[in-house]
Design a protein around this ligand. Structure first.
Ligand code: SF4
Length: 458
């Protein structure tokens, strides 16, 4: 992470984007030494069986974090980014997997070892308005972790707080004030000072600037950059602003439905994305990897993490999904409707209210009751080959008799492929070790980008 620097004036507004104002290039400060080795990390909620299937918020994430680097984590809201950060820190108990730091698995430690990890690894939260206790002074807030860890003497703690106040660009007199007396950017500086109090090596930055004005965002990013240089910090930078991530992160991990689907050097990922989800996500940035490529609108809604698809997690929305040869000529509109109908059956089978509500918003009416009407909505204007129409009719008949699971299964058997059958392995896609989890990187399949382009031009 390396950026241009500015003074901490929170009131000035330049009108420029955060990335333009704050950042010019990524850091070369990473030593290449591994700080954290995350292996097959899982975090499931409601996994006691009382509420049906567990919510698979993080489902088998593996990566290493190098000392001194900034690793970005991007993905749609609800993809598991924040849960991943919290589970690494131990704020959430891991369901499975390991996080190795200094030769020990920090998901297993307790007592003195745990307290040591809590000192070494900190978090800066998204919303500075709700993450600071308004009844405590700034001095008390920053001193709190020092008190909790019984850090040196009371006098040392007080001196340390003044040192931190200065380090984050606040003034001495701010020690006695309360958070509500500060602007959003200043409040985030207080949160950063608190995170730095115990001299951590590693900080999870959970959308640290997304609640701030653009000009203030740039100043906070510059501050984080300076602190990283001065203190040798390693960052996990969780964000949804893809432009900011491009300019400040050394590497980027792309998450979808609890999984990291692609991870590599930031510039390589942004200029030549390998995974179909990355291609779709980055297409939202004008000119990000090609002047002529249009934005890709993903079909349907994200599946529920309580009931992720079998096989590839991205299969229900993937614009490059491998299709059965016999249906290769089917129109994109027909495929889109088939995938949507599949989602309807799966949501009905699992009584998944959140997905059913999203489908209602998409179709303009409830899909709970009359599935025949849903068929008309989705396929009404389409000219379907008779064999396709027959399969869909049979699936609708099954759903009408209450067999939503059988209906979903029939569509999966008939229109599914290797993408539905197996979870893709990691495939190394460049000389720097970037990986992407997509079967299309195997021999015998067309490249995802080429397939997306071809289908978009049909
Ligand atoms: S495995 Fe299939 S569904 Fe998954 S990303 Fe690759 S092409 Fe798409």
């Amino acid at each position: 992470m390396s950026t241009g620097r500015t003074t901490p004036d929170e009131t000035e507004s330049t009108g420029a984007s955060t990335a333009e104002t704050a950042a010019t290039s990524q850091s070369t400060a990473s030593t290449g030494e591994t700080l954290l080795d995350v292996q097959n990390l899982k975090k499931y909620y409601d996994d006691d069986g009382l509420f049906g299937d567990p919510v698979q918020a993080v489902d088998g994430v593996s990566f290493d974090l190098r000392k001194g680097e900034t690793l970005g984590v991007v993905g749609e809201s609800g993809c598991g980014k924040t849960t991943l950060g919290r589970t690494i820190l131990g704020l959430e108990e891991a369901t499975d997997g390991s996080v190795i730091a200094d030769g020990r698995d920090v998901t297993e430690i307790s007592g003195a070892e745990r307290r040591e990890w809590q000192r070494d690894a900190q978090m800066v939260f998204q919303d500075p308005d709700s993450s600071l206790n308004d009844r405590m002074t700034v001095g008390e807030i920053i001193r709190e972790p020092l008190d909790a860890h019984d850090w040196q003497t009371a006098e040392d703690r007080r001196a340390r707080v003044f040192e931190l106040i200065d380090k984050v660009g606040l003034r001495e007199e701010h020690y006695y004030r309360y958070p509500h007396q500060f602007s959003g950017g200043q409040r985030q500086r207080i949160g950063i000072a608190r995170a730095l109090a115990l001299e951590p090596e590693f900080i999870v930055l959970d959308e640290p600037v997304s609640a701030l004005d653009v000009s203030v965002q740039a100043r906070i990013i510059n501050l984080l950059d300076r602190l990283q240089d001065d203190l040798g910090l390693t960052y996990l930078f969780i964000a949804h602003d893809l432009s900011v991530v491009r300019h400040i992160c050394d590497r980027v991990a792309v998450m979808y439905l609890g999984n990291v689907v692609e991870l590599g050097e930031t510039e390589a990922v942004y200029t030549d994305p390998a995974h179909p989800y990355t291609v779709s996500l980055l297409s939202a940035i004008p000119g990000s990897f090609g002047p002529d490529r249009d934005r890709i609108t993903l079909r349907g809604t994200p599946p529920s993490p309580r009931d992720p698809p079998q096989g590839c997690r991205f299969v229900t929305r993937c614009p490059a999904k491998v299709r059965p040869d016999e249906y290769d000529e089917l129109s994109e509109a027909a495929w889109s409707s088939i995938e949507s109908l599949h989602t309807v059956f799966r949501a009905r089978a699992n009584a998944d209210e959140s997905v059913l509500d999203r489908l209602k918003a998409m179709l303009g009416r409830s899909v709970r009751e009359d599935v025949a009407e849903t068929r008309t909505d989705l396929f009404g204007g389409l000219d379907l080959p008779s064999e396709v129409g027959s399969v869909i009719d049979e699936a609708v008949d099954r759903a009408r008799t209450g067999d939503d699971e059988g209906a979903a299964e029939l569509l999966r058997e008939e229109f599914g492929s290797v993408c539905n059958a197996e979870q893709p392995d990691e495939h190394v896609v460049d000389a720097d070790g970037r990986f992407s989890k997509c079967v299309r990187h195997q021999d015998g399949y067309d490249d995802p980008g080429a397939v997306i382009e071809r289908r978009a031009n049909r």
